[in-house]
Design a protein around this ligand. Structure first.
Ligand SMILES: [Ca+2]
Length: 142
């Protein structure tokens, strides 16, 4: 509890009555969530003049400015979506997306150990194993 003497001092001190500042006080924008760093791929670093965004571990800043995940191993037929993790293109699987599903290009497969188990039929096909049979008939006459 404040003493009456302290209250008198505050009332008589113009600095204590001011509700605004001549200069903006320092702010930690990172703690106050007043920053534009992207969650997950960037870390907010507070500075005296504002803040800066640095790439999170496992990410590097690309030429267009965004922090991109780094995959040590290449994503042959896919995209690096998280550090060390590829998202494979349609019909490919494996940690590097270099294994071709045995679904004739019409489905993804269950994984590297199950290349012949097709799980997502596309291109107007059905069934667990997609097989396209092309029959060529040659008719000889005369
Ligand atoms: Ca700051």
């Amino acid at each position: 509890m404040r003493k009456q003497q302290d209250l008198d001092l505050e009332v008589n001190d113009p600095a204590q009555l001011a509700w605004n500042f001549a200069r903006c006080p320092l702010e930690n924008e990172c703690i106050n969530d007043h920053h534009s760093c992207l969650s997950g791929s960037e870390n907010c670093i507070d500075t005296i003049q504002g803040y800066r965004c640095e790439c999170s571990p496992g990410f590097v800043r690309g030429v267009e400015g965004a922090c991109k995940p780094v995959c040590e191993r290449p994503c042959v037929h896919g995209t690096c979506v998280r550090p060390g993790e590829c998202a494979c293109g349609f019909g490919f699987t494996g940690p590097e997306c270099d294994l071709v599903c045995l679904c004739n290009g019409n489905s993804n497969c269950q994984g590297p150990q199950f290349l012949d188990i097709c799980i997502q039929c596309q291109n107007h096909t059905t069934g667990e194993i997609i097989i396209i049979i092309i029959i060529t008939i040659t008719i000889y006459t005369g």
